[in-house]
Structures are given as structure tokens and as C-alpha cells.
Design a binder for this molecule. Structure first.
Ligand code: PLP
Length: 381
């Protein structure tokens, strides 16, 4: 089945007892057993729940993975992944990461003895140079957040194979609609399903997908043992949202393209970061490993001031000033004072994240309304 069909039918079947087309929200903590150990596939809802399984089967289908495990949030999913490691182990990651990922790595796991090196992963040489005898994992985000750099996934797969590392891609920004890292040889994919998969800014949800049985056994052990699991209602919402992933992404990507090109010509706009531009340094790699350029656009103002950026963001009416991304509604945010405030300023500046950088998550509204809204806000400053 093609991707668009799998978003609706992947891993899904009508419920057995009633024929319900959508899986019921199985709001239960436990499941009756006929005799000790004799049950219908579910024992206790921390371990598995049928509504959760329905979402997991769908996402596994979209990522071309044998298995998927879902979590209460993207952060809980990442937490489970890093807990596969042990003190003394080392991870090489990007210096342009989601702020919450950076905080989890440096403030939870680093004090427990797991070490991290943050490099410009768009450079394969810089990434290779950071690998030591203790390195166990490459943690990749691409496109990166919020600078929209592109990391060469096949090159990272080669490095992982050469040094026997586990490769993990946070695929939140691209979604499986645009990028399927497991198909390119990556070991595991992590999602904040809060974003494009859910798509409606109405839940917090995370997931890990892999076809490596040894890895998924460890992840399922984390699910069972630490219990950072999503409730059945959220699993239902994530499933319902994911069914429209393809049509939402198509429209959002079209809108983002139009906005990026429009902003580039605007006299008050400085640099526009968008991998769809032919002169974007990662454009050719993006063209090879993604089926589109995504719906995130970042830009700075010519007058590079925090105050002007704040004024501009406060003036939009269609774009909502808010953290997060990937919903049907367009959002505007200021990474350095919002999502990325937990990254020290000097680290941010070093990575190229200027104080005035503005990030757009482009939704599915009418293109002309979105452009008019940005123009009006830019005119006001
Ligand atoms: C939001 C986000 C996360 C964290 O996910 P939550 O669901 O908010 O816990 C991780 N990575 C990326 C790229 C994100 O955008």
C-alpha cells in the first residue's frame, strides 16, 4: 500500500466484537483472565492497551518499522532511548537540537555519567572527529530546530556502521510523510507525536520505532518498568490525527514554500532559512532523503533586535504566538526566549541562533491570509 493509504489503514482493522471502524478508547487499567496467564493479549494497561496498540501499529506502518512503542511525551520517548546506555557511554549529537532534548541530555543524563558531545552534524567530518572509543550512539535531528540545517542521514548510517554505534533520528520535524530514516539504514526513529503526527495541538505524545528486536526489547522493558505511557484517550487522538497526516503535510509544505519565497523578498527581513531554497547548503541532501522540504521556516530581521522580533511576533493575528509546531494552525515563536531558552546564549550564538531569529510553523490556512498577516506585522515594526 502507498503511504497515503497506510495513513488510514496501516495496521488497522475494525474492532472484533462490534465492528467499530475506529478503535474504542479502552479506558481500563486491567484485563480479565480466564485462568492465570490465559488472556486475550492484554494483561495490565501499563504494559499494553488496545487503543495504544492501534496507534503503534499505524505509526510502525508509516515508518516502515517492525515495531513501535508509544510514550506519554516525546521527552519520555527520548528518556527511554538514552536509558539503554550506561555510565561511561558517550553520545555524539547536534549543536542545533530541540531545547528539551538538550536539557534532558545535559541536566538529567550527564550527571548520571552518560557523556554528550554536541557538534555541527551537517559536517560529517566534525561528527566523525567527535567519536571516541566510548561512543555508543549518534543522536540525529534533521531538519534541525530552529536553524533548519540538513544532516546527511546515509553518511550518519555509514559512520554508525563503521564504529558500531546505535543511530537514532528524531523525525519529529519531517514526519514520516517526508522522511523515513529506517529505510535509509537508521536503527531507531523517535517522535514527538505531539507535533505533525497528532497534528491538532491537542495532545502530548511520543513514540519510538525500530525493526531491531534487541533495541525494541529494551524499549518495551522501559515501557513496562518505568511506565511513562500515554492514556488511551491520547492514543485515540494521536491515531485520529495521524490519519490525515498526508493531506495536512501537503498543504502545510505548499504554504511554507510560498511564505519562504515571499519573506526572502521582503525589505525588512534578513536571512530566511528554508531547505527548499536551491542555495540552502543542505538543499541537495534534503532532495535525496526527503520527499519535500517541510513546513518550518525561520528568519531574522534586517534590524537584528530582540525587541523588534518581539514586536513583530506580538502583531500577528492569524499566526498564534506559541511554542510547539506541527498543528493545523500556524504558529510563530522566538526560539531564543522560548523553546531554546534552556540552551546557554553562547552555545546558541555559536550554533548560529541569533537573538532575533523567528520561527514559523506553517499550518493549513489559506496561503494569502498567512502572507497578509506576516506583511502587516512586519509593516508595524
Ligand atoms: C517537541 C519536540 C520534542 C519533545 O516532545 P514532547 O512531546 O513535547 O515531549 C522532541 N523533539 C522535537 C524535535 C520536538 O519538536
Amino acid at each position: 500500500m502507498k503511504f497515503n493509504t497506510r495513513t488510514i489503514h496501516g495496521g488497522q482493522h475494525p474492532e472484533e466484537t462490534t465492528g467499530a471502524v475506529m478503535p474504542p478508547i479502552f479506558q481500563t487499567s486491567t484485563f480479565a483472565q480466564e485462568a492465570p496467564g490465559k488472556h486475550q493479549g492484554h494483561e495490565y494497561a501499563r504494559v499494553t492497551n488496545p487503543t495504544r496498540t492501534a496507534f503503534e501499529d499505524l505509526l510502525a506502518s508509516l515508518e516502515n518499522a517492525d515495531q513501535c512503542a508509544s510514550f506519554a511525551s516525546g521527552c519520555a520517548a527520548m528518556d527511554a532511548v538514552i536509558k539503554m546506555l550506561r555510565p561511561g557511554d558517550h553520545v555524539v549529537s547536534s549543536n542545533d537540537l530541540y531545547g528539551g532534548t538538550y536539557r534532558l541530555f545535559t541536566e538529567v543524563f550527564q550527571p548520571l555519567g552518560i557523556n554528550f558531545t554536541f557538534v555541527n552534524m551537517a559536517s560529517v567530518d566534525e561528527t566523525a572527529a567527535a567519536i571516541t572509543d566510548n561512543t555508543k550512539m549518534l543522536w540525529i535531528e534533521t531538519p534541525t530546530n530552529p536553524l533548519l540545517n540538513i544532516v546527511d542521514i546515509p553518511a550518519m548510517v555509514d559512520l554508525s556502521k563503521k564504529h558500531k554505534l546505535i543511530s537514532a533520528v528524531d523525525n519529529t520535524f519531517a514526519s514520516p510523510y517526508l522522511q523515513q530514516p529506517l529505510e535509509l539504514g537508521i536503527d531507531m526513529v523517535v517522535h514527538s507525536a505531539t507535533k505533525y503526527l497528532g497534528g491538532h495541538s491537542d495532545l502530548i505524545h511520543g513514540a519510538v520505532c525500530s525493526s531491531n528486536e534487541e533495541i525494541m526489547e529494551k524499549i518495551r522493558f522501559q515501557v513496562k518498568t518505568t511506565g511513562a505511557v500515554p492514556g488511551p484517550m491520547d492514543c485515540y487522538l494521536a491515531l485520529r490525527g495521524a490519519k490525515t497526516l498526508a493531506v495536512r503535510m501537503e498543504r502545510s509544505c505548499d504554504n511554507a514554500k510560498a511564505i519562504a519565497h515571499h519573506l526572502r523578498e521582503h525589505p525588512k527581513v534578513g536571512k530566511v532559512l528554508y531547505p527548499g531554497f536551491e542555495d540552502h547548503p543542505g538543499h541537495n541532501i534534503a532532495k535525496q532523503q526527503m520527499s519535500g522540504f517541510g513546513a518550518m521556516v525561520s528568519f531574522s530581521l534586517k534590524d537584528d533586535s530582540v525587541q523588534k522580533a518581539h514586536d513583530m511576533m506580538s502583531a500577528t493575528k492569524v499566526f498564534t504566538l506559541a511554542e510547539s509546531l506541527g498543528g493545523v494552525e500556524s504558529l510563530i515563536s522566538h526560539p531564543s526566549s522560548m523553546t531554546h531558552a534552556s540552551i546557554p546564549r553562547e552555545e546558541r550564538i555559536k550554533a548560529g541562533l541569533s537573538d532575533s531569529l523567528i520561527r514559523l510553523s506553517v499550518g493549513i490556512e489559506d496561503e494569502s491570509d498567512l502572507i497578509a498577516d506576516l506583511d502587516k506585522a512586519l509593516d508595524s515594526i
